[in-house]
Ligand binder design. Structure first.
Ligand code: ADP
Ligand code: ZN
Ligand code: ZN
Length: 729
């Protein structure tokens, strides 16, 4: 009697056995509806078997195998198995993460869509006889005559009120409804095809190199300064893939950037089927796009991190744009890195992959330096008109600060306002874990046990090392110079917007951050206001640094970079550099007098020198040397056991127990539990435990032994999760 093994969305590692008399080998990868306790669940058939894995259990039969849907192909199943293994996450939950929401419900999926076409009575109506006021009705009739039939999407493209008119036609008996298989969506707007510009010498060289690399697996790192035309290189490579009848997968970091990128590619490839995959899509739309990818009908799949799992039978190329971006890492549930998985997938499928960035992650840079990735460089802007902005440091040891602002910055803002130009005040939200500094002499509280800076925990009035767990009381006096005003770095930015209003009462100020752009259309509307010159001063976080062109913007002011220079998060300076380089690029895109002002108490820091030269390599190599000396990633591999409970004591108790239960494995270091950098979140007290090894294999071996033990020692009211290759401290 054939048995199917079904991976279900439950926190259990092994799949579940069900009887399936009709099952055949082709059903592996298909969805199955099964009874589970009192519930009905949808899972993925991962294997067939002749014998149950546990003897003496009466198996239940599957309710249904969903044979209308294409099965998950072998490579996606293999990628899911890799994820389960590497991130120590149950396979069923991995599969649930990668399937479109709609497929996880047991209700039948409609694979058709309604189409409307003219009836005989409809054909008999002459559009010219309709009254002049009925413009939409005339257009709709004409479209039906020309197209033969219209989908809902096509109706909406004609007019938002077209579906209403169609209902009226239906009532008059002019049209009838038919069901057709899901179709390739027509682009919602007609896109004007563009003509590719002649490539620059560097672009051509990059393209030639990738072409010479062949169709097999080659990982490329494309290091290209902002505006150097990386997208143009991607477009040519994608054109190559399409010409060979293959599909291309393009991953982008921000949902906000997908429409922009999509429009650009639609103009370039007017004949191609381009679909997007991201979490803002409506359920049905996402399913449809996913099916088009799975059936090989979508030529280009463009999406955020979850798109890395899209079934792509004809995959020929993967591109990861802005590969350094933190949004490629999922921060809850299955904590995967889409960038890393993209490389794994390219290797599995034996296709080339291009990782592009102006400021690659140190992990990727390290791989380029040690020869695992091949390096491509675009060192100059494709369009020469704009010059790099002038960079000036404002020394906070000399200039007093009022609500986060110094007099020279306020003066510069006023000047721009008078000239009718725009300014951007950039707030660095990273490094919210402040180090303790002495403003008088520049002393910083460091950990006596390791090289990290100590973090200020104001609530507990203590300093803590987030690397090794060392704790100390906050000193009242600077141990170096005796001054009494020790202050946490990077404080006092919350009042920034109000302070700006006070200093510049006539200015139109717009704040752009996660909070102010939560609504779906908020960001496009804000960007329009900026473009239209309805804003004088923009206040914003990293959201503003990416991909937007503001021709009137001539000044960028950076108010609190320092918290990123000395942070408990060892990645803070890497990110700060990437952000400052990107945000500086916003100043003076279309003119010659762009200026960047940075307020800092550490003007001698090498980051600023590298920034002034726009030199990524110099800074990246400095950071790499530092990481190697300190034994930090990418020279070591880390995993964080994160836990939360109502009381910090319960959280720490659990972690101490976990530490005691850890297997002793030479080469793997288990540190003491520490409160999280954000110790309280949503009413929970959070803490974590760091595990580190110079060997990825040893770390994995350690985790494979440790986690099953932890699962057997669950504690009520303590939730925990493992984060492999954590990005957030
Ligand atoms: P990046 O992604 O590297 O920041 P983009 O691909 O967005 O850069 O290109 C920046 C600008 O330069 C775009 O407006 C693009 O159209 C233009 N561009 C790119 N390549 C060329 C080229 N070879 N000749 C002229 N303009 C180009
Ligand atoms: Zn320490
Ligand atoms: Zn001091």
């Amino acid at each position: 009697m054939p048995i199917v093994r079904v991976a279900l969305d439950v926190p259990v590692f092994a799949p579940f056995d069900y009887l399936a008399p009709s099952a055949e080998p082709g059903d592996v990868g298909r969805l199955a509806v099964v009874p589970f306790g009192r519930r009905t669940l949808v899972g993925v058939i991962v294997a067939l078997a002749e014998k149950a894995s546990v003897e003496g259990v009466r198996l239940k039969p599957v309710s249904r195998i969903l044979r209308d849907l294409p099965p998950l192909p072998g490579d996606v199943l293999a990628l899911a198995a890799f994820c389960s293994d590497y991130y120590h996450h149950p396979l069923g939950q991995v599969l649930a993460t990668l399937l479109p929401q709609r497929l996880r419900r047991s209700s039948p999926v409609r694979l058709t869509e309604p189409l409307w076409r003219l009836t005989e009575a409809g054909w008999a109506v002459d559009p010219a006889t309709l009254p002049p006021r009925a413009a939409l009705r005339r257009r709709l009739l004409a479209a039906l005559r020309v197209e033969g039939n219209l989908s809902r999407e096509a109706l909406l493209a004609l007019s938002p009120s077209a579906p209403q008119v169609i209902r009226d036609f239906l009532a008059r008996g002019w049209v009838e409804r038919a069901n057709a298989p899901l179709r390739v969506q027509a682009p919602p707007r007609p896109y004007r095809p563009d003509t590719p510009p002649p490539l620059t010498r560097e672009q051509q060289a990059a393209l030639d190199a990738v072409r010479a690399g062949g169709a097999g697996f080659v990982p490329w790192l494309l290091l290209g300064v902002t505006g150097s035309g990386k997208t143009e290189v991607y477009a040519h490579l994608i054109a190559d893939a399409l010409a060979q009848g293959r599909q291309a997968l393009l991953l982008v970091p921000e949902i906000n950037l997908t429409p922009q990128t999509e429009a650009r590619f639609r103009s370039r490839f007017p004949e191609a089927v381009i679909v997007s995959l991201h979490s803002h899509l409506a359920e049905g739309e996402r399913l449809r796009h996913w099916l088009l990818a799975a059936e090989g009908r979508a030529d280009i799949v463009l999406g955020t991190r979850l798109a890395v799992f899209a079934p792509l039978p004809k995959l020929g190329l993967i591109v990861v744009d802005e590969e350094h971006d933190a949004s490629f890492k999922q921060q809850d549930g299955l904590r995967y890195s889409a960038r890393d998985l993209a490389v794994v997938r390219a290797q599995q499928r034996e296709v080339p992959i291009v990782l592009g960035s102006a400021t690659p992650s140190l992990e990727s840079w390290h791989n380029a330096v040690n020869g695992r990735y091949r390096l491509l460089t675009l060192s100059t802007r494709a369009v020469q008109a704009a010059r790099a902005p002038r960079l000036t440091l404002i020394d906070l040891r000399r200039e007093p600060v009022t609500d986060g602002l110094t007099a020279p910055l306020v003066r510069a803002l006023k000047e721009r306002l008078k000239r009718g130009e725009q300014s951007l005040v950039f707030v660095n939200r990273r490094g919210f874990a402040p180090a303790l500094a002495c403003p008088a002499c520049g002393w910083l509280a460091g950990c006596p046990r390791c090289a990290a800076k100590l973090v200020v925990h104001l609530r507990e009035k203590r300093l803590r090392c987030h690397h090794c767990g060392h704790g100390a009381v906050i000193p009242r006096q600077c141990p170096a110079c005796g001054a009494f005003e020790l202050t946490p770095l990077g404080q006092g930015t919350q009042r920034l917007e109000r302070a700006l209003q006070r200093f510049l009462p006539q200015a139109r100020i717009l704040r752009v951050d996660r909070d102010s752009t939560r609504r779906r259309d908020a960001l496009p509307e804000m960007l329009r206001q900026v473009q239209a010159g309805e804003v004088d001063v923009l206040v914003g976080t990293q959201m503003l640094t990416k991909g937007h062109d503001f021709p009137r913007l001539t000044l960028v002011g950076i108010v609190n970079a320092d918290s990123g220079l000395y942070s408990a998060d060892f990645r803070a300076s890497e990110r700060l550099f990437a952000q400052l380089l990107q945000v500086s690029g916003r100043a003076g895109r279309a003119c010659a007098h762009g200026e960047v002002l940075i307020q800092t108490a550490f003007p001698g820091h090498p980051l600023f020198a590298a920034l002034a030269h726009g030199n990524y390599r110099e800074f990246a190599n400095t950071l790499l040397a530092e990481r190697e000396a300190l034994g930090l990633p990418p020279f070591t591999f880390q995993a964080l056991l994160r836990a939360e409970a109502h009381r910090m004591e319960s959280t720490l108790d659990f972690l101490r127990k976990a530490q005691a239960l850890a297997p002793r494995l030479p080469g793997v270091e288990v540190y003491d539990p520490v409160p999280a950098l954000l110790p309280r979140l949503a009413g929970k007290e959070r803490a974590q435990l760091l595990v580190e090894s110079a060997s990825r294999g040893l770390l994995k071996q350690f985790l494979s032994t440790w986690l099953p033990v932890l699962r057997r020692h669950q504690v009520r009211n303590v939730r925990w999760a493992l984060d492999v290759d954590p990005l957030e401290p």
